[in-house]
Ligand binder design. Sequence first.
Ligand code: GLP
Length: 272
Amino acid sequence: MHAPAPSPLPARNLEHAGASILVFGDAATACHAAADRFADTLGSALQERGRAVLGLATGATPVRLYASLVARHRRGELSFADVATYNLDEFYPISPFDPKSYRFYMHRHLFEHVDLAPNRAHLLDGTVPEAFVAEHAAQYDRWIAADGGLDLQLLGIGRNGHIGFNEPTDRPVAETLALPTRLVDLHPITRADASREFGAEEEVIPRALTLGVAPILAARAILVLAFGSNKADAVARSLTGAMTSRVPGSLLQSVPGKVTWFLDAEAARGLL
Ligand code: GLP
């Protein structure tokens, strides 16, 4: 008796709030499909403009997506030679050599394995002197705009619904939609979740630089990945609840037609 091979097709294909939602049997299959979409978007941008500009995310969720991209690169199917990347967020302050830094993560999971030019792999810089952080953040938004904008933004979602490190707040929605890249304080749930990497909650660096809501929503396409039952509530509130700054993922409803969610069955529990 053999277990049936996992289907390459989405188990279900849903629509909510102008987003397309692909629900897969497991996270590995979802990551493979997301890597397909990522590679297709990269290929179309190269065809249309001769280059691609990609917004990257970190965390546990996209690790298998990056492994799948690296495997494609090794098979000669995918090149980053004409690609520029912009990462979504970074702790502040942090050394790029700190294994908990997102720069270190990106190097380990993607940059050291592919042919991306070192001066085209951009991250917010955890070493910028505090007096220059606002200038650095504003400059990061200008770099993306000068590069022609993001062809694709990859996102995970926090248990509290955060995107990047745009945390839940009581701001009016219009104000949150206009938020630029900036330094933020981390939400208690984010700090609790980050204790996984930092060893203890008190050890978690309490501030971070994050791409703003406005530049995230300006990307021409947005792929959101969420796996596991602990993300089900944030996913359901983002897709079926009202748009609110208390659930930053719900603000993706403001760009109908741009967003594709790649979920496993557990993360989609509140939608099925
Ligand atoms: C982190 C990051 C986000 C990430 C999210 C989910 O704190 N700032 O960019 O998407 O939270 O993380 P994970 O994939 O580890 O669940």
